[in-house]
Write a protein that binds this ligand. Structure first.
Ligand code: GLA
Length: 382
């Protein structure tokens, strides 16, 4: 967690509202493997990171609410009984959405002020959205004694994203951000919403992110389209979700789906199996196996699920050419953002320098490299 972020929001809050705020830190996440499996009731393998959102929040007695996004230097005033979504793409929808979803559960929130600031690069596929939603719901829960459990809070965050932001996301991001454990990744069953923590200590290896610094438009609608395609195939198969189907089941309806949707469903079934195997590989300390599953995941995301892009594919190809990278793949929703690389510690620096040069030459823009630490989930800062 960045102490500077906390200091900044606290200082600005006191200056702006003349009172001591509650301070919340809510992290972003990485995901080792298990992409686009969460909304298919499958398995994912995320971890909270040391980058996230710091929020300062306190009750307001001015008769309305104020939210300030410090990074954007943007302020919005609003009234609790007149909430509706703002224009698409507006940051305040995350705040409004969370409040509205709390109200939908017949919990009473009073007027409040909130200031937040983050260090998760936007569009990196590291879930700045979930971090923001969780910081708001966590802060409000504390402030107004709402008595919400962490599980209830993440469902509120997720619904806010569905109904106010317009992305029909799964539960992975909100879960990882809320329940993160220092130095651990969470093998999460998205049906039971229960996870098993795995200590991540790779000895000679480490995880490294490379951000393409691109976010291709249409990623939200493409995301929702993928989700509906999966639901249609599940319906045809007569199962609740693709998690319940096998490759053999899928073959029985091959004539009833388009080749494109067949490949998408096949990807999900295979990725879910890979995510289960990845946990086994970690248990056995078999990093080579884990790496190869990670590469296979990228192949599927790129060729079957079709959520990669030129820049991500290029970074993964660079990784494949280097024997010190055991695995690499795009991470998150796709169409830009980061790759996650499992790489020998001794080679991480030289690989990242070489790749950065090659990337610049190819696309005439810079990529960014992040060495991340796995961290605690959403919490109050004293
Ligand atoms: C986004 C969504 C998640 C998940 C991933 C893809 O991050 O918010 O719910 O579906 O994409 O794995």
């Amino acid at each position: 967690m960045s102490a500077t972020l906390i200091k900044d929001v606290k200082k600005t809050f006191i200056k702006e509202f003349k009172t001591e705020p509650l301070l919340v830190f809510s992290p972003g996440r990485i995901n080792i493997i298990g992409e686009h499996t969460d909304y298919n009731d499958g398995f994912v393998f995320p971890a909270a990171v040391d980058k996230g959102i710091a929020a300062a929040i306190q009750k307001s007695d001015s008769g309305n609410c104020t939210a300030i996004a410090l990074d954007l230097d943007s302020t919005v005033e609003f009234e609790l009984n007149k909430l509706k979504p703002s224009a698409e793409g507006s940051w305040e929808n995350y705040v409004f959405g969370v409040v509205a979803e709390i109200q939908n559960r017949n919990k009473v929130v009073g007027d409040f002020n909130i200031i937040f600031k983050g260090d998760i690069p936007g569009g990196a596929g590291m879930s700045s959205s979930a971090a923001l939603e969780n910081s708001v719901v966590f802060g409000l829960n504390e402030l107004f004694g709402l008595g919400l459990s962490k599980h209830e809070m993440i469902l509120i965050s997720q619904k806010a994203e569905h109904n106010y932001v317009g992305v029909n996301c799964g539960i992975m991001d909100q879960y990882a951000s809320m329940f993160g454990i220092k130095n651990h990744a969470l093998h999460l069953d998205c049906r039971s919403v229960e996870s098993k923590p795995y200590k991540i200590e790779f000895q000679d290896h480490q995880l490294m992110l490379i951000n393409t610094n691109v976010k291709h438009s249409l990623s939200d609608s493409a995301y929702n389209d993928r989700r509906s395609a999966c639901e249609r195939v599940s319906e045809l198969l007569g199962v609740k979700a693709l998690r319940d189907a096998t490759e053999t089941d899928l073959e029985t309806i091959i004539d009833k789906v388009t080749p494109a949707n067949y490949q998408k469903a096949l990807y999900v079934i295979q990725e879910n199996a890979r995510t289960i195997k990845a946990a086994k590989a970690l248990e056995n300390g078999d990093l080579k196996k884990l790496g190869s599953l990670i590469y296979q995941s990228h192949e599927g995301l790129s060729n079957q699920y079709k959520v990669s892009c030129e820049e991500l594919d290029f970074l993964v190809d660079q990784a494949k050419k280097n024997k010190h990278v055991l695995g690499a793949r795009m991470m998150g929703g796709g169409f830009g953002g980061c790759t996650i690389n499992l790489i020998a510690k001794s080679e991480a620096k030289s690989f990242s320098e070489m790749t950065s040069k090659a990337y610049k030459k190819k696309f005439d823009k810079d990529c960014s490299v992040y060495f991340i630490e796995l961290s605690q989930g959403t919490h109050l800062v004293k």
